[in-house]
Design a protein. Structure first.
Length: 229
């Protein structure tokens, strides 16, 4: 059966997730992460894609981005994935596949959801118990979005830039954390689902129905939005 065409809406933000096959590691050290970062940076600049938030984890990648035209995102992710796979296999003396199928994309349908995805992506290392604070993870957009250091890959979305949160955070990063005194809870499940195809499905992000655009880290309720794969 032919693979269905992915729906891409120019100018509409998307939450992108790409995983290693069987959830295996896609980055084994800092050099791997650096190479993937550079491939992604060069590719998005070439195709005019704006990356608003990102995090490179151990076995998956989260991106929040906006593409200027149809098919630009698919071309970018395909080129990055193929180039990285070749370099990864050569460096680590392997010949297996690396990626778990095509990347997954979740359509951002509101300003509130956009800010929630920002927060979810940059808190991912905290949820995974890799670090205590998001700014302690090197391979993340949190440093640029909190005005801690420049990042050639990051272009803040106008909605995020309008909140003024980067310059308003004491010591950087406090806007990403739960209120003082709040207990850390178990990580929320990853919103990405393994199913493929272009049919609209449901994608849930913790705390997406709260009144504040920066809700507490874990909420008991969720709001569903259409996921375009």
């Amino acid at each position: 059966m032919p693979r269905q065409t992915r729906l891409e809406l120019p100018g509409t933000p998307l939450h992108i997730t790409q995983r290693g096959v069987n959830r295996c590691a896609i980055f084994l050290d800092e050099q791997d992460r650096r190479h993937y970062y550079e491939l992604l940076r060069d590719a998005v600049h070439e195709h005019g894609i704006k990356v608003h938030a990102y995090v490179l984890m151990g076995n998956h990648v989260h991106l929040l981005l906006t593409s200027p035209e149809r098919h630009a995102l698919s071309r970018t992710m395909r080129n990055v994935g193929q180039c990285y796979l070749q370099a990864f296999n050569h460096r680590h003396r392997r010949s297996d596949t690396l990626w778990q199928g095509r990347f997954k994309s979740c359509l951002i349908d509101s300003e509130r959801y956009l800010l929630t995805v920002y927060r979810y992506i940059e808190l991912n290392p905290v949820h995974a118990a890799m670090v205590e604070r998001p700014e302690q993870h090197r391979w993340s957009s949190v440093h640029a979005n909190l005005n801690q250091q420049p990042d050639d890959l990051v272009t803040p979305h106008p909605i995020y830039a309008g909140t003024g949160r980067g310059s308003a955070c004491p010591r950087g990063g406090l806007s990403h954390m739960a209120p003082p005194g709040r207990q850390r809870q178990r990580p929320a499940p990853d919103p990405a689902t393994p199913a493929a195809g272009t049919r609209a499905r449901r994608c849930q992000i913790p705390g997406n129905d709260r009144k504040s655009p920066w809700p507490a880290r874990h909420g008991s309720s969720t709001r569903s939005v259409a996921t375009i794969r």
